[in-house]
Design a protein around this ligand. Structure first.
Ligand code: ZN
Length: 261
């Protein structure tokens, strides 16, 4: 069953927070890790692994290995894929959705290996090591398709005998700082404020109403995987237990934890 859902950021500042807001966010990430100690497996959706515009990826490769840190921050480690769950998700969705099963080098065993980036490694720093299924979102699929895929994913997790936690790796607007790589755009602030309101006011069902223009102008890295999350959360009642937001550099980071109500 799906025991909980979390949004976790993947920016380096949460690793060594330097201000109160970021420390508070890091505290929420630790609480997510505590809560999900009781999970058997994770499903992790990351926007910084395979990037396909119009296909969703399901990583089948068995051994997930740290490869690419951001800005020189290396986070070594190895994780294992929950292959049974990965196959279950693929089988349940492949006829209805544009999903791709992703292998590298070998179909099974020692040489079935796969690289991880900061998009996965930073959330994983806060989570007890457990088997996981790594999924990748797709920006060109329709909102309906992403939500419906999430619903199908939610059903697979819900029917499983394992206790599964869904984790969405996401950062929000990337144009918060005029000296940052994307400059300053008011839309980044607007999008981030709106997302936190929808989270804190239990209005996630309004996510699909956010305009395409705002999503594009705010330069976000969160919207598509959050639509999948919204679909998956339809399998039950979830209560918000923790949330926090910080923007110590040029991009907005949020943490949120929902548990079964
Ligand atoms: Zn990102």
């Amino acid at each position: 069953m799906l025991i909980g859902v979390a949004i976790m950021p993947h920016g380096n500042p949460v690793l060594e927070p330097e201000d109160d807001e970021t420390r508070r966010l890091t505290e929420v990430l630790r609480k997510i890790g505590e809560e999900f100690k009781e999970a058997d497996s994770y499903v992790l959706i990351s926007p910084h692994n395979v990037r396909m515009s119009d296909h969703l990826g399901i990583v089948m490769a068995e051994h997930l290995i740290s490869w690419l840190g951001f800005d020189g921050v290396e986070l070594p480690g190895e994780w294992e894929t929950d292959r049974e769950l990965a196959e279950g998700i693929y089988e349940a969705t492949k006829d209805r959705f544009p999903v791709v099963d992703l292998h590298f080098a070998s179909l099974r065993g020692e040489y079935s290996r796969w690289p991880l980036s900061w998009g996965e490694l930073i959330p994983l720093q806060f989570l007890e090591k457990k088997p996981l299924v790594l999924l990748t979102p797709a920006r060109s699929l329709s909102r309906e398709t992403l939500i419906e895929f999430g619903e199908a994913l939610g059903e697979v997790m819900e029917k499983s005998k394992k206790r599964i936690a869904l984790i969405v790796s996401a950062d929000h607007g990337h144009a918060h700082d005029e000296n940052g790589p994307y400059g300053y755009r008011k839309e980044s602030e607007e999008y981030d404020r709106l997302i936190m309101r929808l989270i804190n006011e239990n209005r996630l069902e309004e996510l699909p109403k956010i305009s395409e223009e705002l999503v594009n102008k705010a330069l976000v890295d969160s919207y598509w995987q959050m639509l999948i999350m919204l679909g998956a959360m339809g399998v039950g009642n979830f209560e918000l237990k923790e949330s926090a937001y910080a923007c110590p550099t040029y991009f907005g980071m949020a943490g949120a934890l929902w548990v079964r109500g």
